[in-house]
Ligand binder design. Sequence first.
Ligand code: 4AD
Ligand code: MG
Length: 437
Amino acid sequence: MTSKVLKTFEKSHFVSELDSSSTDEIVTLTGFVHRKREHGGVIFIIFRDSTGTVQVAGHRKQISPAAFEAMQQVTLESSIRVTGKVFVDKRAPTGIEIHVTSFEIVSLADPEWPLEKDAGDAFLYDKRHLYIRSPSQTAIMQIKAEISRAAHLHLDNEGFTEIFPPILVSASVEGGATLFPLKYFGRTAYLSQSAQLYEEAAICGLEKVYLIAPSFRAEKHRTRRHLTEFWHLEAELTFATHDDIMGVEERLVHAICKHIKSKCKRQLSLLDVKIKVPSLPFKRITYDEAIEIAATQGFKVSWGEDFGREVERAISRQFKEPFFIKGYPTAARSFYHLPDPDRPEVTLSSDLIAPAGFGELTSGGQRIHDLDQLMERIKEQALDPSSYSWYLELREFGLPPHAGFGMGLERCLVWLLGLKHIREACLFPRTPSRLRP
Ligand code: 4AD
Ligand code: MG
């Protein structure tokens, strides 16, 4: 049978809208053939749409020969439009069964669906364009969308304005080693690592800004937490201190957890995940205290070093709720971090660390707003001041103390759902070894 063009694709219900109160209703659904079996003159199809699955049954003796023939012919992953009557049936996987009255094949799938039950991860990601339609992957993407929605709602509520920064940029924010260069009409441009510098310009007009945009890192290392392209939620505000931005971060993470717990019950149950909403305020420990905790776990960190992944995870394992590590050494942080005036060898910066061995969820802090001090830091880090001329000029025209942070949406999703690997948090992940599909 060739694909059939329908006059209308209307459906009366989504699967998630069907329950025992729908009994005896005639409903029309559009979606996909998830599973199929035939038993004693009855064809059972597990029908799937974006909201779940439901069993659809066609009895040879009770439906039109054309509908039964279409049900016999239909293959896994074909798209279909089904009309039928709703019954409560305890034997059906969701307790609901639709008895077919009409069955249309919208687009017939090749009978060789390539994703076997025991397919390995590498194969599943080669076939991500097909894998992405599975119920678990659909649920993960729906939760990712809800994280973004929660952030928009919450930050809007706190008076932040969304901005839309450039992705093509001319200088690094987080160090030249992880920049992706590209040809730009005879010059070199880069893909943005962070919109922070643009946020710092925008706050002089808008006061409180945020964005959710792609960031890129040419990081060769293959870990379960790093991507070369990720969606970056960043926020920045004027007349603000390091303490103020930690407050913004913890309220946001708290709001995201609450939102996902209440809005994504169906998806969380499908993924067998329970969300624990952390209590406010989050604990704050210093870098120095973190070194002591690392020592109790057998890790010796010399003062001034950045924590490696293993050390950070060992520290994180000592906590049950998210917490901040603050006061990172100035020499180990990017040029824009404000050194603590009382102790210039550490910065007024922090990472929010997710507990139980997870590690970094966000990085943030107060920025240098004084021109001379920033110039000094740029030189100390052997950066070229001319690359930052406009960023420096902000300091000549009244830039007040200000602070901000960034969080990868995928990091947040991996933490909330306990995903094995960050690629599961991406529609189409980008890692050093993966550029397609
Ligand atoms: O710690 P990072 O590099 O900090 C910044 O980019 C700041 N300029 C942000 C700011 O203050 N506006 O990145 C911030 C967060 C990390 O904590 C992590 O959640 C995420 O972005 N992130 C990554 N996520 C996935 N893959 C990567 N390679 C990531 N690098 C950073
Ligand atoms: Mg960081």
